[in-house]
Design a protein around this ligand. Structure first.
Ligand code: PLP
Length: 425
């Protein structure tokens, strides 16, 4: 498989190609690690993915060859660093089919992107009695900022419930979204249930009432082709670190006319056009929202992650994950009493599979698996309202990505069987 961190053009994505997982795995040095005497089985990519060599090298190369502050220097390194940073922005715009790079605001992650939105668009547009629609399956990152805004403004949070199968229950959607709705915000793919939500359908309902549509793409952007126009969203947020890129980089996509009307988020250098003692004017998009020195190196290296994903083809990744998830659900279903959360049909779900054992706490499951070299996540997954709806305090979650294969699912299932023996069950 070809990956090249220095490549500056977007390759045409190959379509309908099987992923060559053995070759992919060879690109990820960390997968050679042994953990507690066992080969690492990394099933926690929904929390943060591993990084291919091209991304690691891009980071090193940036610091070795191009490092300088961006946008204000006139020397060669400053120009190189600026070019590389802005190149990533252009690449991101293409990756999600935004109209232009100016619609891409670089943040520290999904969480910061949504906070930015709540503090700027939200402060400006939400008032007393206005309604903000969320779903019961939001990550705290796409709930707490809106909850806080509603508290500040006297606005009302309404929620789209979930069905017992882990889908959104849209039967009352025409009541939930109404003429008082100002904002509808929906996670594209749930980090707990794996559910992929019908964003375009919900966006169309919201648009009938003139509401703004936000989607949290933290889990979906790594896993499937994203076209913000097809989704019909006004804003879309995601994080580099869940899609093979470095930590500390996130994206807020926004439609130009909305971003232009929004006030800045942070204030200081870089985000201004002119500063006088009695008057300050703001920089053009997207710099108005990027005060101070950004996370240059990690943004530059994110470009290599996008190339890597494009070389594989997002459609291929999506199909591969569906197949692996179907296999994981089938194998996990063999375990007596194990309860799997979220939809069974993999057409409508991604590769995060949460489960609970009737007798063993998820934290104990995770600790036991770790002693076998298997990394999963256990807890409330930053989705406490959803946990309440599910009637759980926590779940265990295995999540899969392009470098995982069926043999690792088998290792997980065998270890879970051993676990029950270990606990004398
Ligand atoms: N939204 C979802 C659905 C997530 O899964 C996560 C992270 O797990 C976030 C938002 C927050 O992302 P970050 O921590 O990168 O800001």
């Amino acid at each position: 498989m070809h990956t090249n961190a220095d490549k500056k053009t977007t390759a045409t994505p190959p379509v309908h190609r099987e992923l060559d997982v053995e070759t992919i795995r060879a690109d990820f040095p960390i997968l050679n690690e042994r953990v507690n005497g066992h080969p690492l089985v990394y099933l926690d990519s929904a929390a943060s993915s591993q990084k291919p060599r091209s991304v690691i090298n891009a980071l090193l190369e940036y610091y070795r060859r191009d490092n300088a502050n961006i946008h204000r220097g006139l020397h060669t390194l400053a120009e190189r660093a600026t070019g590389a940073y802005e190149h990533t922005r252009t690449h991101i715009a293409k990756f999600i089919n935004a109209d232009e790079p100016e619609e891409i605001v670089l943040t520290r992650g999904t969480t910061e992107a949504i906070n930015l939105l709540a503090y700027t668009w939200g402060e400006q547009n939400i008032g007393e009695g206005d309604e903000i629609v969320v779903t019961e399956m939001e990550h705290h990152a796409n709930f707490v900022p809106w909850y806080q805004l509603a508290q500040r403004k006297g606005a009302i949070i309404r929620r789209i419930p979930i069905t017992v199968c882990g889908h959104l229950d849209l039967s009352d959607i025409d009541t939930i979204i109404n003429s008082r709705t100002k904002l509808v915000t929906v996670v594209h793919m749930s980090n707990v249930l794996g559910t992929i939500n019908p964003i375009a359908e919900i966006a169309a309902k919201a648009k009938k009432h003139g509401a703004i549509v936000v989607s949290d793409g933290a889990q979906a952007a790594p896993a499937m082709p994203i076209d913000v126009k097809d989704l019909g969203v006004d804003f879309y947020a995601f994080s580099s670190h869940k899609m093979l890129g470095p930590t500390g980089v996130g994206v807020l996509y926004g439609k130009r006319h909305l971003l232009e009307a929004m006030p800045p988020f942070n204030f200081g250098g870089e985000m201004i056009q002119e500063v006088r003692f009695d008057k300050v004017t703001w920089a053009e998009l997207p710099h108005k929202f990027e005060a101070g020195t950004p996370n240059i190196a990690d943004v530059v290296a994110f470009d290599a992650a996008l190339h890597y994903l494009e070389d594989l083809g997002m459609e291929n990744i999506h199909r591969y994950e569906r197949d692996l998830t179907a296999y994981a659900i089938e194998r996990l279903s063999e375990l007596p009493g194990l309860e799997i959360q979220g939809p069974r049909e993999t057409e409508q779900r991604g590769a995060a599979v949460s489960f609970t054992d009737p007798d063993i706490h998820p934290h104990d499951i995770s600790t036991f698996l770790d002693s076998h070299g298997i990394a999963i996540r256990a807890g409330h997954h930053c989705a406490q309202p959803l946990m309440r709806v599910l009637g759980k305090v926590a779940t265990a979650r295995a999540s899969f990505y392009v470098y995982n294969d069926r043999s690792e699912v088998d290792t997980l299932v065998e270890a879970l069987k051993d676990m029950r023996k270990y606990f004398c069950l």
